[in-house]
Design a binder for this molecule. Structure first.
Ligand code: BMA
Length: 402
């Protein structure tokens, strides 16, 4: 074989193998915007990343924490229930779940949600086309207290980093999550069986100081190391490949670029960038501040090829009957920049009989803000679950509006 034939053969093989791998999972991997931090992420996780990035230019998804587990007036007793569904006729597009206490081997999380049931609800929401996100109020590994235990200068972050006296314990805790993430299986027993993609949002609100990983309890460098170690350990050592990584500091981070950057783990470690904010969307309202935070977050994320979101917000008990359209929508729909947020999630509807009272963020049937919530849901910018296109396939070339 002469040289030019050899070259021809080689290039045909290259083209063929490129074609093959491109067809194999039907998800384009070209273009910086479409490659999540895990280069080996499963096709559905990559599709989720790509589709969120595509659709956020036209729509914002609405999410609710613990939506299927309980509501203000019911708990886990009737399958299919959801306060959001009962008011609007649709489930939320995004389902938030919380795994605090999984690291202790507990059967239930810190809010008494059973982990086996949670897996069932995760599957249920995902198989209907929903988007799953998981947060982790991890206990304090140094004090034995919960994630809010910041007393006593335990320096938990220093101790769990490589070389620290609690590093092995910490790895065991991460192992519990790895096992959980790798056992989330959709459509089991069918040709379409696959792991469920998860937007994972650990160590949140870190620019506040109410959690042990917060600003007063570790240096920016330590925080970044903690985050990066977590990504690398779960991805490269434990082989967890169904995650997108969401970094969501407290709202104060979104007041300036410098503040946002201070503890930002880096472009190689983050897929979704947001901020948690309860303070500026409640009375006394600071709507302008909230809007500026959204704008800054969108710019910050887009400058890095990441997806902007508001992973946690809400007004506890929603005492303002017009809050959905008068405050939240007003901020989201403020201008062409705010409209580019991918999703907004409100926190949980604590069951008033068995859990905290007056601790809910979505309306239940008959709540004074229910009508306004329906208007919010009908607004063309806002999408609930029944509006969702197929988020886990390559829809880039397809018309996704119904
Ligand atoms: C908090 C509150 C707590 C709960 C925690 C984890 O913001 O809702 O009651 O334990 O989230 O879900």
């Amino acid at each position: 074989m002469n040289m030019s034939n050899k070259n021809l053969l080689l290039s045909s093989l290259l083209i063929a193998s490129f074609w093959f791998s491109a067809c194999e999972d039907n998800v384009p991997t070209t273009g910086d915007n479409y490659v999540p931090v895990d280069q080996n992420a499963i096709p559905q996780t990559r599709a989720l990343f790509m589709n969120l990035d595509r659709i956020r230019h036209d729509r914002i998804f609405f999410g609710h924490q613990d939506a299927l587990a309980y509501g203000v007036h019911w708990r886990n007793d009737e399958p299919g229930r959801s306060d959001v569904f009962e008011v609007t006729g649709s489930y939320p597009a995004v389902y938030g779940w919380e795994i605090g206490d999984i690291e202790l081997g507990a059967p239930e999380n810190l809010d008494n949600v059973n982990f086996d049931q949670m897996q069932g609800w995760i599957r249920e929401g995902y198989e209907r086309g929903g988007i799953i996100t998981i947060s982790w109020h991890m206990n304090n590994p140094a004090s034995g207290g919960d994630s809010w235990d910041v007393d006593g200068g335990h320096k938990a972050v220093t101790k769990i980093l490589p070389g620290g006296e609690l590093h092995d314990t910490f790895k065991e805790w991460l192992d519990t999550f790895a096992k959980f993430a790798k056992s989330q299986i959709a459509f089991p027993g069918t040709d379409n069986e696959h792991l469920i993609p998860v937007i994972f949002r650990p160590y949140h609100e870190n620019t506040g100081s109410w959690f042990w990983w917060g600003a007063d309890h570790c240096t920016p460098e330590e925080y970044k190391k903690l985050w990066r170690f977590t990504v690398e350990y779960l991805r490269d050592v434990k082989g967890v490949h169904n995650l997108l990584w969401a970094y969501s500091p407290a709202g104060n981070a979104a007041d300036s670029n410098e503040a946002f950057l201070q503890r930002y783990p880096g472009n190689d470690y983050v897929d979704i960038i947001g901020f948690d904010d309860y303070g500026s969307v409640r009375e006394p309202y600071q709507l302008e501040r909230f809007i500026n935070r959204i704008r800054l977050t969108v710019d910050f994320a887009e400058a890095r090829g990441k997806i902007p979101a508001i992973p946690e917000t809400g007004y506890e008990t929603i005492p303002d009957p017009q809050w959905w359209t008068g405050t939240l929508l007003q901020a989201l729909d403020h201008d062409e920049i705010t409209r580019r947020v991918a999703y907004v999630l409100v926190w949980r509807n604590s069951n008033e009989a068995t859990d905290r009272q007056n601790h809910y963020y979505a309306p239940y049937h008959g709540h004074p803000s229910a009508d306004d919530f329906i208007d919010f849901r009908r607004h063309p910018l806002i999408w609930f679950e029944d509006d969702l296109p197929a988020m886990y396939e390559n829809i880039l070339q397809k018309e996704y509006f119904k």
